[in-house]
Every structure is written in C-alpha cells, then in structure tokens.
Design a protein around this ligand. Structure first.
Ligand code: SAM
Ligand code: SF4
Length: 501
C-alpha cells in the first residue's frame, strides 16, 4: 500500500482519478488528507498564461523531488468541457512524476478506461485522419506509438469486418447468460454456479430464460428491429444438457425476427469437459458454427492450480471432435500470467495452438478480480512479474502475426497484470462481430439471463443506459418478470416507433 499525501482541496472524482493513475504503478494507493504525511508527497499548481492552461506537479519522496509541467492551448467550451481539459492536464503531470520516480513507462499513458478503441473511433468519426488521431492520442493522452498503431490496426480490421459499424445503431445484439459451470475457476467472477441437477434450479432458470427470450423477441418483431448478432455466454452455456440446448435454440429461432439476417450466433462452449457429440449435433441442427473451446493454458499443473478439472488432452480432443463434426469457426482463449507460468509455459501454449489453428484466439492477461478465489488468497498463487508479462504479450503479438492472425478487438481491465490488455485475434474474415459490437458500444445490446448486462443505446443521441439482470439464479428466478418489463420500457424509450424497412 502506498500512501500519497495530497496538498490542496480536490473533489472526490478528482481524487478517484489520481488513485486510478497511481494504481497503475502501485498495488494499492491511499490518498491521505493534506496535512498528513505519506510515503509520497504530492503538490499541484495550475495557472493560465494567455490562451494556455498550465499545470505543474511536484512529487517528493525521501527528500528527492520530481517535477513535471504540461501546457496546452485552451480548447474553450463550457465549464464542464474546460474542467475535463484541466483534469487531463493534471493526469499528464501526475503520470510523468510517477514515471520518473518508479522508472516505469505506461504505454497506455493516462488512459485508464476499458475501451481505448472507442476513443480511436470517436476521433475518426470526427473526421481526423489516421495520422492526426495518432498525434492526438500521443500528445493529449500520452499513449505510446506502438499502442496507437495497434489501435489503428484494430479499427481498420473492425471496419472491414463490419463496414456499417458507424450505422448499426438501428439494430440490436443479444447476449444470453447461462450461469452454470462444471466447477469454478480461481480467477473468475463471472456468474458460474456449479451445476448440480438435484435442486431443480437449472430447470426453473431455463423456464425464466425462455420467457425472457419470448417476450423480448415479440417486442423486436413488433418494432421491426433486426438482430445483428446473438451470443450465448456465462458461465458455460454448454453445461446444460443437449435436450435443454435444443429447446433453448428452438425458442430463439421462434422468437427473434429476421433470423436469417442474423450475422453471427456464438455459443461459448468454453469448458472442453462440457462438449459432447450430442451437443455438437444440436448446434449443427440450428446452424450454429461459432463456438469457443478454451484451453486457458496447455500445462496440466496450471489447469489443476486454477481448478478447471479438465486436462490439456481433453481440450485438444474436444477441439478435434468439434472440427471433425463441422464446427468451422472455433475460438480459443488463453490467459497470460496464470499461476506459476512464465515465458516457457506461454510459449508452449502458443506452439500447441499452432497445431490446431483455431479461427480466432483471444489472449487475455490475468486480472485480479476483487471477489475471485485468486484475489482472496493471493499469497497462494505465484504469478509473473511485469516484465515477464510484457514479454509474453509480445510473444503473443509475434506468434499471431507469424500465423496469419490480425488483432480485431481489445479491452483493458482494472488490476490487470502489468497494466496490459486483452486482445482478440482472428484469421482475416473470421472476426467475431459480437465482440466488436460489445467493445465499441455502437448499438443496443439486450442482456437476457443471469448476470446479463443490457446497454440501451439511443440511436439518435448515442446515450447509453445500463440495466443488469441478477447474477444469482435464485434471485433471477424471482425477478425476471420485472426485469423484462423494465427492459421493454427502456426499449420503448429508444425505439418509440417501428424501424422502417
Ligand atoms: C466468461 S469466461 C467464459 C468462458 C468459459 N466458461 C471458459 O471458462 O472457458 C470468458 C473468458 O474470460 C477469461 N477470463 C475470465 N476471468 C479472467 C480473469 N480474471 N483474468 C483474465 N481472463 C479472464 C477466460 O479466458 C475465459 O475464457
Ligand atoms: S472461467 Fe469459465 S468455466 Fe471457469 S468459472 Fe469462469 S465461466 Fe466458469
């Protein structure tokens, strides 16, 4: 824990911003009140010189002081906009003094949000050229040239995969959350309840889920709203029985309008131990061919340490089974920084992936989610240091390039190892359109089922309203009817009239 004694009066949102930035450097930061002393002593000054805003920072640590100054021409605008600019200037100087003190370099600069690609698209939509966006991201946000190039590649790939990316706001995508898994993995906080069948909980949950799909489907049909993509996630949606999957997809095809125009249906089959020939037959019956079969790692000891209860061999066998039965768009997830893994283990995972050649590969970086087993018992798990995590990420970049994959989506998380990111790679033309939709927030996503978040995006203003279904199946069963009503109200607000054909 690092304590920073901050001099001066700052509002809560400013203090939060300082903490977010400081947490890029330290495991945990506390900001103490002005007169108290801390491990670090921080002072800011601001002034206006003609049309320029100027901010300086002074960080004192054990009698050594680090200085930074940043100036920018005022962008004008109302008070809120000016406040935003000032905040950015403060972030600049804070990042600079912390970089000087720690010797660390933050490639994402002052960006602490989840979706840097969204900012990239925003500038492009405002009419800036690629060159000008690069300059803006580097100068205004301190993003490294390497990361800007990555953003540019991703944005271009996305616009090729979804040429109407900036115009899909009159359609919606659907997320269906199934909260069951064979066992819970140590790093995970997704809704993932161990599936034991005796209590009848799975059946009651599925009854509610069918009802949600029916009622929302009815609304979409009435308003003539097209569905761009459908994604079954969780949890592990293939933990339910083949007959239950069959009944669920039947409700899907009966309920949603224009099913033949849906661009992609994905089922996260994730856990290899849930995949059976009977379940693949059901997927095929409904024409679903995009699935995930997730190794996470190709080292058996790691799978044991994270509580996955399947072997590496099972991942390979189930991948081959899916392939031989006609699944021709398979994604695989890997995680950088799993316990006791370094460059050697990650490199082995890439070599094994090379033999299978999935259509897409998502490389996650381990993030310490507050409520996960791994975070609660952090001492039990030995994970890679920052330089090793960076080296693994580079290895992933090089391997994907050499194997003909392109990066197509990216997101960041809090408490992620090495302040790195998660990057989805695919063979050109095999990108998951749903992943692009969810990351770029270009249209409404209706969340159905457990732990499903909905984002209602007003097609005219772009304003987003969120709604969350409960994570726990017991709470879901009690409240799904209310959730449906609330979601229909929110949909009525953003689509008051039927969409014209
Ligand atoms: C919602 S999970 C579902 C996947 C599926 N149930 C499985 O386990 O294969 C999606 C992916 O997020 C990644 N993930 C989940 N928690 C993570 C964490 N704390 N840090 C990094 N990646 C994580 C894993 O790679 C996982 O495959
Ligand atoms: S990573 Fe997948 S299988 Fe593991 S608990 Fe999370 S959702 Fe379930």
């Amino acid at each position: 824990m690092q304590t920073i004694a901050l001099h001066g009066d700052f509002k809560e949102d400013w203090v939060r911003m300082f903490i977010h930035l400081a947490n890029l450097f330290f495991e945990e930061t506390k900001i103490s009140k002005k007169e108290e002393t801390g491990d670090l002593d921080l002072r800011f000054q601001e002034r206006q010189e003609g049309d320029q805003f100027v901010v300086t920072a002074e960080l004192t640590v054990q009698e050594k002081t680090y200085h930074a100054e940043f100036r920018e021409i005022s962008e004008g605008g109302n008070e809120k906009e000016q406040n935003r600019q000032w905040k950015r200037l403060y972030s600049h100087v804070l990042l600079e003094v912390l970089e000087s003190y720690t010797g660390m370099n933050q490639e994402w600069g002052i960006l602490t949000g989840i979706r840097p690609t969204k900012l990239y698209h925003k500038y492009r939509q405002e009419g800036h050229s690629a060159e000008s966006v690069k300059k803006l991201l580097m100068d205004k946000h301190r993003v490294s040239a390497r990361k800007v190039d990555l953003l540019e590649t991703i944005a271009d790939v996305q616009l090729t995969a979804v040429p109407d990316l900036y115009r899909v706001q009159e359609e919606v995508s659907i997320y269906i959350g199934i909260p069951f898994c064979p066992t819970k993995c140590a790093y995970c906080t997704f809704p993932a309840y161990a599936i034991h069948r005796k209590s009848g909980r799975v059946e009651t949950f599925l009854d509610g889920l069918h009802e949600e799909i029916r009622q929302l489907g009815e609304w979409l049909t009435e308003r003539n709203v097209k569905v761009t993509t459908i994604y079954f996630g969780g949890g592990t949606p293939t933990s339910i029985e083949a007959e239950e999957m069959d009944a669920l997809y039947q409700v899907m095809v009966e309920s949603f309008p224009f099913m033949k125009d849906v661009r992609e249906v994905t089922v996260e089959a994730g856990r290899p131990d849930t995949i059976t020939p009977a379940k693949i037959d059901v997927l095929k019956k409904f024409g679903i061919d995009r699935i995930s079969v997730n190794p996470q790692s190709y080292t058996d000891e790691t799978l044991k340490a994270i509580g996955r209860h399947h072997t590496v061999q099972e991942t390979i066998d189930k991948f081959k089974l899916s392939r031989s039965m006609g699944m021709n768009n398979i994604n695989m997830d890997l995680i950088i920084g799993l316990p006791n893994e370094g460059v050697e283990e990650f490199s082995h995972s890439l070599q094994e992936t090379e033999k299978l050649q999935p259509e897409s590969l998502t490389i996650h970086t381990l993030s310490f989610k507050r409520a996960s087993e791994m975070t609660r018992n952090k001492k039990k798990y030995e994970v890679a240091d920052r330089p090793t995590a960076e080296q693994m990420m580079k290895l992933g970049e090089e391997w994907t390039k050499a194997n003909g994959y392109v990066p197509y989506y990216l997101y960041r998380q809090k408490n992620i190892l090495g302040n790195l990111e998660n990057v989805g790679y695919s063979k050109p033309g095999e990108e998951s359109i749903y992943n692009i939709m969810i990351m770029e927030e270009v249209q409404t996503i209706i969340g159905i089922g457990c732990g499903a978040s909905s984002k209602f995006r007003d097609p005219k203003t772009g304003r987003i309203t969120q709604f969350h279904n409960p994570k726990d199946p017991a709470a879901y069963i009690l409240s799904y009817q209310e959730s449906i009503e609330r979601k229909l109200e929110l949909l009525d607000e953003i689509f008051p009239q039927p969409v014209s054909k």
